[in-house]
Design a protein around this ligand. Structure first.
Ligand code: FES
Ligand SMILES: [Fe+2]
Length: 391
């Protein structure tokens, strides 16, 4: 693999801004990260609950089709016909009994088998339909979250996740039995790493409305899980009493059982974030479009056992609290854009809060530290093959 010429600073808390804006860096990220030995969440099984339901998603350019077969099994396919490679399905989601490629009308079952193709007698002698199912990437799932990887060498999913799988389980309602409420889909004009570099430090400072939830004052912890760059948060949220900022405070009501962990965040390298703030269950499937754009699908869920009132509450809270127009998070979009503009300047982004020794990576972080992002940066540097400058 080509080695990139890039000067990585000596100090562990400095990230060269070049990595956010260089096209050749992005091309190497495609090889080593997105099409390399990492697992990427692409769907939750509850997004496609019925037989024949499907969803399409592009993982860093690779088109995927995730479908529930007529046997009830969820499978991930490459979204390309096994004949000449035409993109098979164009809808973002839907329900079909078969997938038909319009180019030469090859027909596939919801299990991915080729079940029909016109003019077969004139094909290469010995042609057999069973040799041409839809191709599949490696797939594994946990608590309903479907992951794919493009490499045969990637370690099994649970080994890559480590202990953060417990936080993920709690986040998806304890068992992953969810019900899709809807999506917000947005493209940010920023490098994918700026999108995932959101930190614990900024939350109460950038987001004025986060103060409604007492993020700063609450107890919480931030942790890393395995060496693969995953970050978790488990935090107390408490709705400020007697607050007068909102005319109708029911939007920030917490009906959940345990306010000491009113917020859980699971951020998996490279681009997946899942959050549960109050009663909002949100999985964010994200993919880079190129080196300066990232697309994020915010998917919102209820739990399968919720009564109608709880579903309504979650629906209302989801769209009002989170996402690109959410009360407590809308400022992120502006920062994603502005930091990408700012990254077209020389030098390094310098992390401060929580850094006690810039000659090493810490392994303990407070909820509001930005140093929690540095183990991820170290993992990134290693897999990208960038060498740290000597002292
Ligand atoms: S490319 Fe799909 S049928 Fe020919
Ligand atoms: Fe934020």
């Amino acid at each position: 693999m080509t080695k990139l010429d890039l000067d990585w600073p000596h100090n562990f808390n400095e990230i060269p801004k070049e990595v956010f804006v260089r096209k050749d860096v992005y091309d190497t990220e495609l090889q080593r990260i997105f099409h390399g030995e990492e697992w990427h969440p692409v769907c939750h099984e509850s997004e496609i609950p019925e037989r024949g339901d499907f969803k399409t998603f592009r993982l860093a350019g690779i088109p995927l089709l995730i479908a529930r077969g007529d046997d009830g099994v969820v499978r991930a396919f490459f979204n390309a016909c096994s004949h000449r490679g035409n993109q098979l399905e164009t809808a973002p989601m839907g329900n079909k009994q078969e997938f038909e490629c319009p180019y030469h009308r090859w027909l596939f079952s919801t299990r991915g088998d080729l079940v029909g193709c016109p003019n077969q007698r004139e094909f290469v002698p010995g042609f057999n339909r069973s040799d041409y199912p839809l191709a599949q990437p490696r797939m594994e799932s946990v608590y309903g979250v479907v992951f794919v990887t493009m490499s045969a060498r990637t370690e099994p999913l649970l080994e890559c996740l480590g202990s953060i799988v417990e936080t993920l389980r709690e986040l998806v309602g304890g068992d992953g039995r969810l019900k899709l409420l809807g999506y917000q889909k947005v493209r940010y004009n920023t490098n994918w790493k700026s999108y995932t570099d959101n930190d614990g430090y900024h939350a109460p400072l950038l987001h004025q409305a986060f103060n409604l939830l007492n993020w700063q004052g609450g107890k919480g912890r931030q942790f890393t899980s395995t060496k693969r760059g995953h970050i978790g948060f488990e935090s107390e949220l408490s709705v400020a009493r007697g607050d007068t900022m909102l005319e109708d405070p029911s939007i920030i009501e917490f009906k959940g059982q345990d306010p000491s962990v009113g917020s859980r965040i699971v951020s998996l390298f490279p681009t997946f974030v899942a959050t549960k703030h109050l009663d909002v269950i949100n999985l964010r499937f994200a993919t880079p479009i190129d080196h300066e754009r990232v697309e994020v699908h915010y998917a919102y869920f209820a739990h399968a056992d919720d009564d109608e009132e709880m579903v309504r509450h979650r629906l209302r809270q989801s769209s009002n609290l989170l996402g690109p127009s959410g009360l407590i998070s809308m400022e992120d979009a502006s920062i994603f854009h502005r930091i990408h503009i700012g990254n077209h300047t020389p030098g390094a982004a310098i992390f401060q809060k929580g850094v006690r020794d810039k000659e090493k990576i810490e392994d303990e972080f407070l909820q509001n530290d930005e140093s929690g992002n540095l183990p991820r940066w170290e993992y990134y540097r290693e897999i990208m093959g960038f060498e740290r400058r000597a002292a």
